[in-house]
Design a protein around this ligand. Structure first.
Ligand SMILES: [Zn+2]
Length: 478
């Protein structure tokens, strides 16, 4: 590339960075669902101004700089999608409180955006950006720009933005972040279980299916892959456990919905050709049966039915229990034709699937002990008494935001209680829809509006009580 072309590339990058700055500056901060989005904007602007400054960017390759400018648009559009137009701010406000309880107020922090896909993703936003900048900025400069700042982005499914109970899936994504935070310790627990309960059985399977005896390094490679797959499977179950403790049965219903159209009995593994990258998910039915235990679902359902009997609720709870009963027909799919170990990995997992499941169940119990030790006896954050009280209000079309306690005002309901009552009420409404009369949208609309309002009112009420308490502590009165 001659100097003329280099100059053109450089100019294009400069203009694109400028445009990105304009877009970010024009975003309406009042539309951000939480304050973190505004901090991310400040952070991105800081980086863009550096990339646009000829004195600071000096020796960078103009073409790489141009590529950087193109890629940067993605970060800008993620932030632009962080808007209350599609994100329930009280709901993610509650999620922020949960985040702060587990991660503190410092770093890492999380902001919320949307995705067109019908799924939820937790993106290591700042880490991804940091790795990308390495082509154009020296490490020391990147270090200064980030200065300990770490942001996750939680992308929510925009097609279901009014289906608030579906937000319970955020709990699973938080679980991933918590696992990542203490990965060494959790991985150690999983690997110990693998070594003591599965390694020998896998060795026998490897010998049985490899035909000719394997070379030592081939054997080690397969064993290593299997152990990494096991850790990945355990990570998913850890994240489910965290979600269940934080969000309750609402998470189970949300998980169930997201599993529609997939094979419920399939353990899915994907490997890159050289095995450096891999993904592994337990089957939906196994995940749900683990959740049944974590949530003590039998007790929850019978407690709730003792207080409130109606056929729709009975059906909803019956469905919850039925969808989480243990099944025996799990299958293993390894979808990686270019990886040489695909067939043997599949054989090993399929042949030992019962043992793998048993071992994973034990590992989740160990995870829970560690998690509770670290975050205090994290008892379930919801109660069947409160959910019952809120369901009563729902059925009379009264805002489900207050638990009666004998006083004129009652107690503001907790986030998880509202979410779970809403999830059950929504399920009942869907189940009771008469498609001939076409009243479904109206009934669901009522549930959605009551839920959104209840979360908003209870959030504001709690913020007010917190502020009042702080003010009283400082000797001021209102
Ligand atoms: Zn996951």
């Amino acid at each position: 590339m001659n100097s003329f072309e280099q100059h053109v590339a450089r100019s294009k990058a400069h203009i694109l960075f400028g445009k990105a700055i304009d877009v970010l500056e024009q975003l309406d901060g009042d539309c951000f669902p939480t304050v973190t989005s505004d901090d991310v904007r400040g952070h991105l602007l800081n980086i863009l101004r550096t990339l646009r400054d000829p004195d600071l960017i000096g020796g960078a390759d103009p073409v790489l700089l141009y590529q950087q400018a193109v890629q940067f648009q993605e970060y800008v559009s993620i932030l632009a999608a962080s808007s209350i137009e599609h994100i329930s701010w009280p709901l993610v406000g509650y999620c922020d409180q949960i985040w702060e309880e587990h991660f503190g107020t410092d770093s890492p922090r999380v902001f919320y955006s949307t995705t067109q896909q019908n799924n939820y993703f937790l993106v290591k936003f700042s880490e991804k950006l940091k790795n990308q900048l390495i082509t154009v900025l020296p490490k020391s400069q990147i270090q200064t720009l980030f200065d300990g700042k770490a942001f996750y982005c939680l992308q929510l499914a925009s097609v279901e933005d009014e289906n608030l109970p579906l937000y319970a899936i955020i709990g699973h994504e938080f679980g991933h972040a918590l696992f990542h935070k203490n990965a060494d310790e959790y991985e150690e627990v999983a690997l110990q279980a693998y070594e003591s309960q599965l390694a020998v059985s896998f060795q026998m399977s490897i010998q049985k299916h490899s035909g000719t005896p394997l070379l030592e390094d081939e054997n080690t490679r397969i064993d290593k892959l299997l152990s990494r797959i096991y850790v990945k499977l355990a990570t998913e179950l850890f994240s489910d456990m965290v979600a269940a403790l934080l969000m309750g049965p609402a998470y189970l219903l949300a998980l169930h919905e997201t599993g529609w159209g997939t094979r419920k009995n399939l353990f899915r593994v994907a490997l890159s050709p050289n095995g450096n990258w891999l993904e592994a998910h337990p089957s939906h039915q196994f995940r749900q049966s683990c959740l049944h235990k974590t949530l003590d679902l039998d007790v929850f359902c019978s407690d709730l039915l003792k207080k409130k009997k109606n056929p729709e609720l009975e059906k909803a709870l019956g469905f919850l229990k039925e969808s989480t009963t243990e099944s025996e027909d799990d299958r293993v799919g390894v979808d990686s034709p270019e990886n040489p170990d695909t067939a043997i990995i599949r054989h090993c997992l399929q042949e030992n699937i019962v043992k793998v499941k048993e071992s994973l169940q034990g590992t989740v119990i160990e995870f829970r002990k560690l998690h509770e030790k670290r975050h205090g006896g994290s008892n379930q954050s919801f109660s069947s008494d409160n959910i019952h009280a809120l369901l009563e209000r729902f059925s009379h079309h009264i805002l489900p935001n207050i638990i009666p306690d004998g006083s004129p005002l009652g107690t503001p309901a907790e986030f998880a209680d509202i979410l779970n009552a809403a999830a059950l009420e929504r399920f009942e409404a869907l189940e009771g829809c008469d498609l001939q009369k076409d009243d479904s949208q109206k009934r669901i609309g009522v549930v959605e509006r009551l839920t959104a309002k209840a979360l908003e009112v209870s959030f504001v009420q709690k913020e007010y009580l917190k502020w009042k308490k702080e003010d009283t502590a400082h000797g001021r009165t209102q």
